[in-house]
Design a protein around this ligand. Sequence first.
Ligand code: AMP
Length: 145
Amino acid sequence: MKIVILGCGRLGSRVALKLGKDENNQIIVIDKNPDAFILLGKDFKGKILEGDGANMETYIKIMTEKPDVFLALTNSDNTNIMAAEIAKQKYKVEKTIAKVYDPIRARAFEELGIETICPTLLCEKKINKMIEKAKVKESESDEDA
Ligand code: AMP
């Protein structure tokens, strides 16, 4: 699969390294800050491109051959939403996923047909689960006493 990842930060770089392990995947990682590519290490086999996701020229460069997957993983909701929309609407990329911190915008965006990952909601769910587990443990130890 041809996979484009916008944003080579803590998440984007990890996803790129993981997906890049599969020889069938062709990965292109874009970041506006060239220092970000350090996170990929020396052995990363994919392509890297210095570019701004808020700039149409970036898309002209990367969309010459349509990707199968486009991941918008910068630290900006606005950039990720815009990038995913361009990939989906203009370049007809089948699978576009955007990281969106704001749960309200993430939901609204989902309704427009773009898949979103909301770290805020994922953290909230995880915290609730951890609290629930702690409650169960506490009640079990009360019963044992
Ligand atoms: P992190 O918060 O660690 O996941 O990093 C987010 C990454 O997104 C950083 O490496 C930023 O340089 C990158 N980034 C932020 N805005 C843009 C943009 N408009 N275009 C390309 N990369 C961006």
